[in-house]
Design a protein around this ligand. Structure first.
Ligand code: AHM
Ligand code: MG
Length: 356
C-alpha cells in the first residue's frame, strides 16, 4: 500500500514539471492550502460560534456579506501577502484589486484572483460552500502591478483550484497538467492526495441549474431542459436534477459522477450571474483539464475577453457531450448571443450601422 502523500509533498514532487520555475508557484499553492485549512476550521465551527449573520457591510455586488466571507477574505489575503510571491489579489469581496505592499512583493511574479467563500448563503443551513482561486503570471515588468495585470483571459491561467468545505473538505487544483484532488485528514491536519488524475465522464445523467428561474431563461435553455426531462432509454433520460446552489459543490459532484451545471443569462441578468475572473475562468480551466467542456453556451469561457474585475458571464460546464448538446439547443433556439442582441437593438434604434 502506498503511504499518504500530503499536498505539500505532492507540490514539491511536481515542481520538476516546471524546470525553469524557482518554486514561487509551489509556495503560492502551499500558502493557499494553509489559508484553506484555517477557513475550514472556522466554517466547521459556524454552527457553534456566534459567527453567523450579516456583518452589516454590503459588497460591490450589492449583497450582504456574511462574517465568514469577511474572515475568509482576510485569511487568503494575509496568506498571499506574507509569502511574497503575489503582487495583487483580486477578490469577489473587494471593489478594487488589492495591491500587496510593494516592499514585500517587489519580486512577486503572480496575480491571484479569488472568491474566498462561494455560496456563502448556504452556511446558515449547513450546506457545502467553497473557495475558488485562479493564478496568473504578472505581465508588467517593473513598477507597481496594475489593473491590466489582472485583466487577463482565462487561457493565461497558470493554475486554478477550488476548495470544497463539505462532508469532507477537499482541495482540487490544476497547473495545466491534469487535475488532482486532496482530502483534508482532520486527525493530522493535512490535505492528502485522494483523487489523483481526476477526469470527468464524457457523458452524464445529472443536470443542475436553478429551475425556479425557468421563465427568465433563454429559449435554448428552456428547450434543453425539456430535452433532459423527456423519456429516452437509449440516452438514459429523463436525467436527474441536482442543484445545491454552491457552484463548487455542484461542479465537483458533476466532475465525479458526470453532469452539466448551467447558470445561463436570464431576462433579469442579461450577462449571467457568476463572475468571469474568479468563478467561471478557474472552474472552466479545471474542468477542461479534467477532460470536460466550459462555454457560455456559444463560446469557450477561457477565451472570453476580460474587461473588468467583476464581469459576469453565463456558464455551461461539465461533461463534454452534455455541454455540446446544450450548445446545440442554444444555437437552434437562442441564436443571438447577448452581445449580438444588444448590437441588433442599437442597430434597430439607429444608434449604430445603417449608414453606408
Ligand atoms: P456568491 O458568490 O454570492 O456566493 O454566489 C455564487 C453562487 C454560486 O455558488 C451558485 O452556483 C449560485 O450563486 C447560486 O445562485 P442562485 O441562488 O441564483 O441559484
Ligand atoms: Mg461567489
Amino acid at each position: 500500500m502506498q503511504g499518504l502523500l500530503t499536498l505539500g509533498q505532492f507540490i514539491i514532487e511536481k515542481q520538476s514539471d516546471f524546470p525553469y520555475a524557482k518554486g514561487e508557484l509551489s509556495r503560492l499553492l502551499r500558502d493557499i492550502g494553509i489559508a484553506a485549512k484555517i477557513v475550514n476550521r472556522e466554517v466547521n465551527k459556524a454552527g457553534l460560534m456566534d459567527i453567523l449573520g450579516d456583518v452589516g457591510t454590503v459588497n460591490i455586488q450589492g449583497e450582504n456579506q456574511k462574517k465568514l466571507d469577511v474572515f475568509a477574505n482576510e485569511q487568503f489575503i494575509s496568506a498571499l501577502t506574507s509569502g511574497g510571491e503575489c503582487c495583487i489579489v483580486a477578490s469577489e469581496e473587494n471593489d478594487d484589486f488589492v495591491p500587496i505592499d510593494a516592499e514585500v512583493s517587489k519580486n512577486a511574479k503572480y496575480i491571484v484572483a479569488i472568491d474566498p467563500l462561494d455560496g456563502s448563503s448556504n452556511i446558515d443551513v449547513n450546506v457545502a460552500v467553497g473557495t475558488i482561486f485562479s493564478i496568473y503570471r504578472r505581465k508588467s515588468t517593473d513598477g507597481k502591478a496594475t489593473l491590466e495585470d489582472v485583466l487577463q483571459n482565462g487561457t493565461e491561467q497558470v493554475a486554478a483550484g477550488y476548495v470544497i468545505y463539505g462532508s469532507s473538505t477537499m482541495l482540487v487544483y490544476t497547473t495545466g497538467k491534469g487535475v488532482n484532488g486532496f482530502t483534508l485528514d482532520p486527525s493530522i491536519g493535512e490535505f492528502c492526495l485522494s483523487h489523483p488524475n481526476m477526469t470527468i465522464p464524457k457523458d452524464g445523467t445529472i443536470y443542475s441549474l436553478n429551475e425556479g428561474n425557468y421563465v427568465h431563461f433563454p429559449d435554448g435553455v428552456k428547450k434543453y431542459l425539456k430535452y433532459c426531462q423527456v423519456e429516452d432509454q437509449q440516452t438514459s433520460r429523463p436525467y436527474t436534477s441536482r442543484y445545491i446552489g454552491s457552484m463548487v459543490a455542484d461542479v465537483h459532484r458533476n466532475m465525479i459522477k458526470g453532469g452539466i451545471f448551467i447558470y445561463p443569462t436570464t431576462s433579469g441578468a442579461p450577462n449571467g450571474k457568476l463572475r468571469l475572473v474568479y468563478e467561471c475562468n478557474p472552474m472552466a480551466f479545471i474542468i477542461e483539464q479534467a477532460g470536460g467542456r466550459a462555454t457560455d453556451g456559444y463560446n469557450r469561457i477561457c477565451e472570453k475577453e476580460v474587461s473588468s474585475l467583476h464581469q459576469r458571464s453565463a456558464i455551461f460546464i461539465g461533461s463534454e457531450n452534455m455541454v455540446l448538446k446544450a450548445e446545440e439547443f442554444m444555437r437552434q433556439y437562442s441564436a443571438l448571443t447577448p452581445d449580438e442582441k444588444a448590437e441588433k437593438k442599437l442597430e434597430q434604434m439607429g444608434v449604430i450601422g445603417g449608414i453606408d
